[in-house]
Design a binder for this molecule. Structure first.
Ligand SMILES: [Zn+2]
Length: 331
């Protein structure tokens, strides 16, 4: 068991102090580790930020995390929160994550806690980002909302009745794998036609290539050099230049996003859906399209308040800062 905040005695000078207002958060991505130290009273601006590349394999990951914790905070025994892309159970065990293929089902909380001698909490990365977003980001003032991080895939977190929800096992909030087309493209999760195959960055790229191969989208093809090379960024750049074909692809992409958002609104009745992730760097050409497409996808939309569609504000450190918040609240 990791030490608790109360088991250090004042006479025991060998123990490092456990500060009440400091926590460490580490966001484990497919390619990089982002570590922060935050003052939990003012978490929006980290005290320290360290980036490292994500090593391959479970043992190498644990060694990197141990080193990163020591580098971030050698002077206290501040609690540590780790956010990972995938299924993490209530006992801090990482179960499964298609974007961390070299990391096995592992009891990361116990393993890391025994190495660093501090409280360690492990959680889903998007759930961590949701904790940050509703604490000091776009979700402030809302008791019920959803965070969607639109990147290579779709990460998500659920905020219900004023708290982050994790479900019976800790696995709630994976709407990217809602099945929307039984004949759709293959998904890394092993099924076909998951929502994120259409409504993520890779989905936008595929919609763009389909349009280019059908003879449309010449402006994006010029930017990419070849129809097969068209990616989402080329579609976005062409749309910003006013290209109508590219705008039509963004309309189609916004429809797919709105279709899934509408399903989530029907299930959860949130007052806000916050959109983050790399794709939302194109919010200037996407946000209005998505917001305009959502009402038609919501049951009885003429008879209920409009759900706010907003861009995430908690910033690039949101996952790491949120992991720190989750850890501080668990101590
Ligand atoms: Zn899937």
């Amino acid at each position: 068991m990791p030490p608790s905040a109360t088991d250090g005695r004042e006479s025991d000078s060998s123990r490092l102090p456990v500060p009440a207002d400091r926590a460490i958060g580490i966001d484990v991505g497919g390619t990089k580790l982002l570590g922060v130290v935050v003052d939990t009273a003012e978490p929006s601006t980290p005290i320290a930020v360290v980036r490292r590349s994500t090593p391959v394999g479970t043992e190498a990951l644990v060694e990197s995390l141990v080193a990163l914790v020591a580098e971030l905070d050698a002077d206290t025994s501040a609690p540590v929160g780790i956010g990972l892309p995938g299924l993490v159970d209530h006992d801090d065990r990482f179960r499964y994550g298609p974007n961390l293929p070299a990391v096995d089902d592992v009891d990361l909380g116990d393993l890391l806690g025994s190495r660093v001698g501090r409280p360690v909490v492990v959680d889903n990365d998007a759930t961590c980002a949701t904790a940050a977003e509703f604490r000091f980001g776009a979700g402030v003032g809302h008791s019920d909302g959803v965070l969607l991080t639109i990147g290579t895939g779709i990460g998500a977190g659920l905020f219900v009745d004023g708290t982050v929800r994790r479900g019976a096992n800790g696995f709630a909030g994976e709407p990217g794998h809602m099945l929307v087309d039984r004949n759709g493209p293959a998904c890394p999760c092993g099924r076909r036609g998951c929502w994120e195959r259409f409504a993520s960055g890779s989905g936008l790229g595929r919609l763009g290539r389909d349009a280019a191969l059908a003879g449309r989208l010449s402006a994006a093809v010029d930017l990419a050099g070849d129809a097969e090379a068209v990616r989402g960024e080329h579609v976005v750049a062409a749309a910003r230049d006013g290209d109508r074909d590219a705008g039509a692809v963004l309309d189609e992409f916004a429809w797919w996003l709105a279709a899934g958002i509408g399903n989530l609104v029907d299930v959860l009745d949130p007052s806000i859906v916050v959109l983050g992730g790399g794709v939302m760097d194109a919010s200037d050409v996407l946000l209005d399209r998505i917001a305009e497409a959502v009402p038609a996808q919501v049951m009885g939309s003429d008879h209920r308040p409009a759900v706010t569609i907003a861009v995430a504000l908690a910033g690039e450190h949101a996952g790491a800062v949120g992991a720190a918040l989750v850890a501080s609240e668990s101590v």
